[in-house]
Write a protein that binds this ligand. Sequence first.
Ligand SMILES: Cc1cc2nc3c(=O)[nH]c(=O)nc-3n(C[C@H](O)[C@H](O)[C@H](O)COP(=O)(O)O)c2cc1C
Length: 383
Amino acid sequence: MTDPTTALLFTPLTIRGVRLANRCVFSPMNIYGSKHGCPGDIHLVHLGKMAAGGFALVFTESAAVEERGLITDHDMGIWHDGQVPAHRRIVNVVQGHGSRIGIQLAHGGRKSATQRVIDGGGPLNAHDLARGAKLWQPVGPTADPVVPGWLVPHQLSVAEIQDVVRAYAEAAARANHAGYDVAEVHGAHGYLMASFLSAVSNTRDDAYGGDRAGRMRFALEVSRAVRAVWPEGKPLFFRVSAVDGAGGWDIEDTVVLAAALSEIGVDVVDCSSGGLTGTTTTAPVPRYPGFQVPFASAVKRRAGVTAMAVGLILDGPQAEKILRDGDADLIAIGREALFNPNWPLHAAQALGCDPSFSLWPERYGWWLDKRATQMALTKQSRG
Ligand SMILES: Cc1cc2nc3c(=O)[nH]c(=O)nc-3n(C[C@H](O)[C@H](O)[C@H](O)COP(=O)(O)O)c2cc1C
């Protein structure tokens, strides 16, 4: 059993002006419940229960910074001011439970106008269109599709790239207005930014392509523009596919990118992987518990940047070991939180950090403590 006073998973972390009560972060998870980009009641429940479950920081799913950057028309967005009140509702619920809330700012790029991942995540087919799925023109660094058979993207001109950079900054300003505590730039999983980073998808021969510095230019310009409008006291995260799994971006590139991001005021690099040449569920990187932890470790140790680990992190002891080994500073939980939204509270029990259920919502914790005492007495009396 871990010493309750020293469990790193339950040690607060302050980044800029934002204090996270523990190291447990709910990872961005698209639930396809938005209308015209606006989060609704389903998000109040989905994100609210993660806050009640003890996650210090709860991320929204990817939120499109431009309408054409939606991946599906069920996605969240923050491309116009009219969407701000719907965001403010979920911000209030999550903060009302004592958690911090982050928004993931995203652009689908050449993976826009595709199926929901739960419908296959590929290009829309006749069946999808017959049931009303919308089709529109995706954009990308080049006119190459994800793989043959996917929509052919429009290649962004330099002026159009600069419009997208502005769209990110405007979306960040709206997110601040909605009250979000943290913003994350989505640079992973083959979406627009990741497709600029990888040499496989970015074969441009202008300032936004070519060598690594050229391919990083869009990510750095967006991060700089977001940082400029995102308040000084609020943290900025960046999610990267630390390796694209296709041979066009690897961990050496990620270490260089992380250091450059840190210099322009990105506080945390969130280390995911893959997604460049297929749906986000195709697995070019072998998956086993903690499979992406080495990426976070490289960012933390080699670039000296605060790192978040994600990917098949299953329980408190595993998460605690990642922190103790110095491989990451924050632990993001995805599917395991769908299975158990009280993941942090159960992790605290498993680590012996919360014997009297004081981390639980008071209305539950009082009863659970009483129940535990009764169960202990029953066990004693039965010898
Ligand atoms: C239903 C679902 C939706 C997801 N949506 C997003 C998303 O919007 N943005 C993102 O960066 N990652 C998304 N992911 C990836 C997760 O954030 C996480 O990185 C991944 O599931 C691996 O972590 P896990 O093994 O704990 O689930 C999604 C994953 C799932 C299963």
